[in-house]
Design a protein around this ligand. Sequence first.
Ligand code: PLP
Length: 454
Amino acid sequence: MNELSNSLAAADIAHQLHPYTNARAHEEKGPMIITRGDGIRVYDSTGKEYIEGMAGLWSVAVGFSEDRLAKAAYDQMLKLPYYHTFAHKSTEPSIRLAEKLAEMTPEHLTRCFFTNSGSEANDTIVKMVWFMNNALGRPEKKKFIARHKGYHGITVASGSLTGLGGNHRDFDLPAIPVTHLTTPHFWREGAEGETEADFTARLLKEIEDTILAEGPETIAAFIGEPVIGAGGVFVPPEGYWPGVAALCKKYDMLLIADEVINGFGRLGTPFGSQRYDFEPDIMTLSKQISSSYMPLAAIMLTDAVYDVIADNTAKLGSFGHGFTGSGHPVACAVGLENLKIIEEKDLMGNAARMEAPFQEGLRKLLDHPLVGEVRGVGLIAGIEFADKTTKVNYAPAGSVAAKAAALCTEEGLIARNVYETLALCPPLIVTEEDVAEILARLGRALDRLSDWAK
Ligand code: PLP
């Protein structure tokens, strides 16, 4: 390491508390400082090159060197670096982006509320749902149904919806009324002798039984990611989502699709709810909305949801909710340009075309002695380490996935260990050659993993 990276590392250790990091281990190990990006690649402070197989945090659709986004930010900064959207004020970028999102998302989603992050968006949704049900004169209809291993963020309400112990432990969460039900993951959760159709039926029955036990008059909404991402990449069983949608309709519950990872082509369809054939009442969008070049998230609403909220704001005199950065003009200008690039370069179509080489290439890893399951759709995948026959993960918990991620890093591929799974989620700009190179680097890392495990 050169002098600059040494002094940066020392300052990082001295002054920064990192998210999702063991702070004491970090003090020993120090940071990996990423200094620049180029297409699907990033470089660290020693000059080492990596393919960013996770698109940052499942988010950089257009790659790490898109000049058009830099220009969109610069131009907007010069013209109007900031203005808000409170109290009837608006700005051209927020208006154009809201219009663009209404055009791109399924037709029934027409209204948009902007936040800075996915967590803020889901927190806002919780408040919107409560606001709505109070307005409708059913103040007891406030509970949420979510799933174990679902990820919806880390703020007090969104972190409560998240179904991962690591996000609850010692944070006093869940702090809102939420019930977490079975992860829709057939390979692990399917019972002995159960078909995928039986499994779906059992999960739907679990949801319905929960609604009936709690009382339908108390359950406000069901929230889920079409394909679960950060909890370990779980693809739902056949028929699951249309079944969930039917239950929401039957018991007058709102259906919330958290498409923070799935949205804008990740699954090979524009939105995950389209791949799984259901129509949410509310959709959460972030990450690929701006390729994370700027913090930005959006909540899409139907007219029906909007109308109840709008009527209540008229009754109360205002919508008592909003962020300083809601509809930030620079973030929105970048988001708008990013979506134009996604469309012009047909990156959603590219994700669909790359699905076969990517997913089929990864399925070959099933031959690996430590791999239990390979799963995924479009350009998102998970490789779970477990005994193939018993499905038992290796001890200590998470150690094999962590080692696999470390070996990938050494081989020049950034992948992410989430619990027992190694996740991959490359930028949507990947070519067939890039996919082959990702598979080659991964293959070398997993060969070394076998040696390590011996
Ligand atoms: N929802 C989903 C599905 C996510 O994957 C994430 C982040 O990974 C969030 C919400 C939270 O977004 P943020 O990290 O921007 O708060």
